[in-house]
Structures are given as C-alpha cells and as structure tokens.
Design a protein around this ligand. Sequence first.
Ligand code: PGA
Length: 250
Amino acid sequence: MRKKVVAGNWKMNNDLIMSNDLIKSIKLKLNKKIDTDVFISPSFPFLNEAIKHCKGSKIKVLAQNVNENKSGAYTGEVSLSMLKSIGIDSVMIGHSERREYFHETDEILLNKLSNSLDEEFKVFFCIGESLKDRENDLHFDVVEQQLKNTIFRINKINFKNLIIAYEPVWAIGTGLTASPDQAQEMHAFIRKIIAEKFGDDFSENISIIYGGSVKPNSASEIFGKNDVDGGLIGGASLNAEDFIEIVNSI
Ligand code: PGA
C-alpha cells in the first residue's frame, strides 16, 4: 500500500507567533489516528520551534529548501547538517519557485537530491510543466526530461525516501487547478516511466502527490484518482481549518 501524504508548503509566510499558532490549531484539529503522513513547512527561522511544538503529534516538519554544499562560504544558505542538528529529516527540492526565481537548474537540483538522499533525508521532489509547455502539448516531454535529468540519474533510491510532487506551474497560486483527469493522466505517466527505470516494485510503492491550488472543495476529487497519493498544499495550508479539511479528504 502506498503511503498517503499531505504537506503544507507555507512558503515565505507567517512570523514566529503566527507559525506557532498555526501549528497549535492544526495539532488540535488533526485526527490522532490518521494514517496519512502530514507535513508542514515553516520558514527556516521557525523550524526549531516547529519541531518542538510538533513533538508528540503526528505532524512532521519539512524544510522548504537546502543548499547543495556541505558547509562553507555560502552566505545566507542552510546545509543538510544544520537541518539534521535540529531534528529535521525531510526536505523539499525543486519547487518551481526555486527553479524560476532562484535559477535552480536540474544540475543543482540533482546535487541537492543526491546529497539529501546520501544523508538519509526524505525528499519531496517537485516537477511540473509551465503553461506554455502545456499549450504546446509538451507537458509529458518536459516532465520526463526533468525526471531524466535528476531522479533517473541516481542509481539506488529507496522509494521510502522519495516523494514526487507533480505541480503544474500554471496551477500554482493561480486558482487554476489541474482537473482530476489531467492530474491522473500525468501521475500515471510518471509512474509508468518510473517503472521502466526502477522497476514495478518501486513505482507501485512511491507516493506521487499533486500540488497546485488544491482547496478543500477540490481535494477529494483529485485525491480520489488512482495514482494521486496526496497533495502539496500552498495557500490553503495557511489556514488550519482548510488544511485539515484537505487532509481529511484523502
Ligand atoms: P498553491 O501552492 O496550493 O498555493 O497553488 C502549491 C505549491 O506551491 O506547492
């Protein structure tokens, strides 16, 4: 059985008090017997406190980014060992905002991915096409190339340490969601090429989650699709009620 996963991507939102309050509300509302893996990802300055607040709950804490170098003269950056030292063992890599605004290439992302897996982090690896790609009917090619340039260049991966987040760029923060059929079609495609590369056991067990304007009213239909194993939630994860409703839609 594939693991169901819902992660809240808080991006550059919330200050310390807001971050702690949001965690408290999610904790209160979250069903303690839930089988889904639930993650939140506050900004770097609040991760340490978030870890403490989430202790004893089912909520796990995810870093939004990490630098590809081990340590050294990289002003403003955060390393894997720093994250590890505060108890973080999951990291998001390749979000389209990192690719677009911070010019993170597939090559940089491959380094981040490879180093994170070596350090036994769980990686949420994001892929997805732009609106132009989709309009030109290039969405499958673009996603396949993103996989070939990154995940497919790693020889040995345990499916437990990798979650693929399919996030069509045109659906992120725009209010436009991929239709459940569009999401299913792409997730099935990803699973198929993953099976060709890593085998059926790997592809049957890896969680592939969808991200892009998932809201309480759209979540259950998308999550109901066979190859959609959960969601990466941006805007709607900043509100505890909405986030919990989405978590409960699985
Ligand atoms: P959104 O963000 O839900 O606000 O579209 C999703 C994401 O960027 O992960």
